[in-house]
Design a protein around this ligand. Structure first.
Ligand SMILES: Nc1nc2c(ncn2[C@@H]2O[C@H](COP(=O)(O)OP(=O)(O)OP(=O)(O)O)[C@@H](O)[C@H]2O)c(=O)[nH]1
Ligand SMILES: O=C([O-])CC(=O)C(=O)O
Ligand SMILES: [Mn+2]
Length: 635
């Protein structure tokens, strides 16, 4: 590496000639692979300082102090150790169009679309193009800044399920959030030894001195955002965004996109799924996983307070599940994360009291509004969130924001809280069990204002895989498609559209390959909490009432005779879904499936499969579509 022109001094003789100072930890104490990774990337990014994180409380305090000094966070004195970050309004969500998988062959990453139609599944970049894009961004990108080296484990440190990563970043916000979201620090380095690890490089892309002023004190380079994954090198390179899924590389980049590639190779599953335990009044406990697209209800279901007496919900995870079949053929899941990065708007004591209790301490909020007495505020929060006489400052720093202002929402619709799982009041006793919890049902779902019933069960595993493949959902503010006035219904197979790390056709083949014995494959269901009436109001009360649907799922897992056939799948027999005490619910409308809707849906799925997956679609999926078409015709 280039170590000329050094005018920095360092205590360790071996580090004297480096152009940067190691301000915390020492390179010479690191395992050779870790050390050379840091040295190689520091030589390119040219930070002033290198800081090797140990995950301690003192270190975290230092990060908080740095962020306060830079105006990147503010304190929230109404709570205990809680902070508010307000981003540049150009950096508020994942950027799917700038997220790439770099492989030699395009087809490794994504199916060849029909007649060159633009692909909607994983975006491919060639290694040559990546080199060029990398060189336009990373050299010198950390000048004047500190490069933090964060060792982290996805999954409990030392569990056979777990995998280790190292993120290099120039953002102290990323350090603070990674400490919440993963197991991070010195223990991880010990466990790693000189073993292999996922290499993450992240930069906000704003070296010092600045060439133009920051917006909101939030360094980012939104015109040059790139989130690239290079599976052959076990490397992730993320530039230009400080936000969530773009910058916390352990989450979507590692646990889902790389996790998926590894899972395919090694015979397991890495999915965008919550994991929960449900105990019924008879004391029977089951665990289920559920995949809903971003901002479609995973966190809320995983932390639900059940409305029916005698039921108990316990949370294992709210966003990502790593699952494998054990030697008895039982599917088992772990949550690779250690924190929640949850959507704030809509969260209240009414909808999600557990989350409200969770975020009273040790939480970083991003892009929510602040009250003058140092609390948080967003659309849907409880009325008493604003103390008498207090005023609200919006996420865009608009003072004296008035409730009812629809053009300028108080909080960004993708505003988030980042909070440690360990302090969630209903964490499952087994949430860190390294063997994982046994899974008895897989649930898919999405936002479908029209046509799709509240709950149905697939006829079998292959049909269930088709149900996952055919998933569609209304766009949300979690990425750049959403937030607009007219909400599009987008295909989002398995709730994984933004998170596939390899060809979707191969992903489907992988799921299909899991069925044969000794694997006891779980039943597969589809739910829709978001069906609306003609006035656009939700037909189903959702949230804690969703336990009624989970209870029916439990009955089906116990093979109770409570289901009947319909053209799209098995639906509850009349009277088998407990709606007691719900008042005026239009059950007929909630469960109706019209022939016109189903035929249109078939046309749309057929088009998507043909155009987007084309020759890579497994023939079993064509067969399932033909079966659905035939059932629709008979209606
Ligand atoms: N009407 C209705 N809204 C819900 C329900 N569950 C969740 N929501 C709302 O949907 C939004 C997103 O919910 P989350 O639970 O945070 O979604 P998520 O799937 O965890 O989102 P990501 O973290 O982006 O993956 C929030 O505003 C919730 O209040 C429900 O059952 N009914
Ligand atoms: O990745 C993020 O920024 C947040 C998240 O969980 C999602 O979008 O699914
Ligand atoms: Mn998510």
């Amino acid at each position: 590496m280039a170590n000329t022109n050094s005018n920095q001094s360092s205590t360790a003789a071996s580090e004297q000639k480096r152009p940067y100072t190691v301000v915390k930890g020492s390179l010479s104490s690191l395992a050779p692979k870790v050390r050379s990774f840091i040295e190689e990337k520091a030589a390119i990014c040219q930070p002033d300082n290198v800081y090797i994180c140990d995950g301690s409380d003192e270190e975290n305090q230092q990060m908080i102090d740095t962020l306060l000094e830079n105006g990147m966070i503010q304190s929230l004195p109404k709570y205990d150790n809680c902070w508010l970050a307000l981003t540049d309004p150009a950096d508020v969500a994942r950027v799917e169009k700038q997220t790439f998988i770099v492989t030699k062959e395009k087809r490794q990453t994504t199916p060849t679309t029909l007649n060159g139609i633009a692909g909607q599944l994983a975006k491919w970049m060639s290694p040559e193009e990546f080199s060029k894009q990398f060189d336009e961004r990373f050299p010198g990108c950390m000048k004047g800044r500190t490069m933090y080296a964060i060792p982290f484990s996805m999954g409990p440190v030392g569990s056979p399920f777990s995998k280790i990563g190292m993120e290099l970043t120039d953002s102290a916000y990323v350090v603070v959030c990674t400490r919440i979201m993963t197991r991070m620090g010195a223990d991880v380095l010990k466990t790693l030894g000189d073993g292999e690890f996922v290499r993450g490089l992240h930069s906000m892309g704003r070296p010092l001195p600045l060439t133009k002023p920051l917006v909101n004190n939030w360094p980012c380079n939104s015109e040059k955002i790139m989130v690239a994954h290079i599976p052959d090198k076990n490397e992730i390179a993320s530039f230009g965004s400080g936000y969530g899924g773009n910058s916390l590389l352990g989450k979507k980049c590692f646990a889902l996109r790389f996790g998926g590639i590894l899972a395919k190779r090694e015979g397991w599953l890495a999915e965008h799924m919550l994991i929960l335990g449900i105990t019924n009044p008879q004391g029977v406990k089951k665990y289920v996983v559920a995949a809903f697209p971003s901002a479609c209800g995973k966190t809320n279901l995983a932390m639900m307070t059940p409305s029916l007496p005698g039921y108990k919900i316990e949370c294992v995870g709210d966003d990502i599940a790593w699952m494998r079949f054990d030697s008895e053929g039982q599917l088992r899941a772990i949550n690779p994360e250690a924190g929640f990065f949850g959507v704030a708007p809509g969260t209240s004591m009414k909808t999600n009291p557990i989350a409200m209790k969770l975020v009273q301490s040790n939480t970083v909020f991003t892009n929510v509004a602040k009250t003058s007495d140092g609390g948080v505020y967003w659309k849907g929060i409880d009325d008493d969130a604003v103390s008498p006489g207090a005023t609200i400052t919006s996420w865009k720093r608009q003072e004296n924001w008035q409730p009812g202002d629809k053009t300028n929402p108080a909080a960004h619709p993708n505003a988030r809280f980042c909070a440690p799982a360990a302090q969630c009041p209903i964490m499952d006793p087994a949430w860190e069990d390294s063997a994982g919890v046994p899974i008895d049902a897989i649930i898919f779902g999405g936002r479908r204002p029209k046509g799709v019933p509240l709950i149905y069960e697939s006829f079998n595993w292959q049909h269930g895989v088709f149900v996952g493949a055919a998933m569609r959902s209304e766009a949300t503010a979690a990425a750049e498609h959403g937030g607009g006035k007219k909400k599009m219904i987008m295909h989002d197979p398995f709730a994984m559209r933004p998170f596939f790390g390899y060809n979707f056709g191969d992903y489907l083949r992988h799921w299909l390959s899991l069925e044969p014995s000794p694997h006891k494959v779980p039943k597969i269901f589809h739910v829709n909490w978001f069906r609306t009436n003609d006035e656009g109001e939700f037909l189903w009360p959702g949230f804690g009432e969703n336990v009624r649907v989970l209870s029916w799922i439990m009955d089906r897992v116990a093979n109770k005779d409570v289901a009947m056939e319909s053209p799209i799948g098995l639906i509850p027999k009349p009277g088998s879904l407990n709606v007691e005490g719900l008042g005026d619910i239009d059950m007929k409308e909630l469960f109706s499936v019209s022939p016109e809707f189903l035929r249109d849906e078939c046309v749309e799925i057929d088009k998507y499969f043909k155009e987007q997956v084309n020759e890579d679609l497994p023939r079993e999926m064509w067969q399932e579509l033909a079966n659905l078409q035939a059932r629709a015709k008979k209606m």
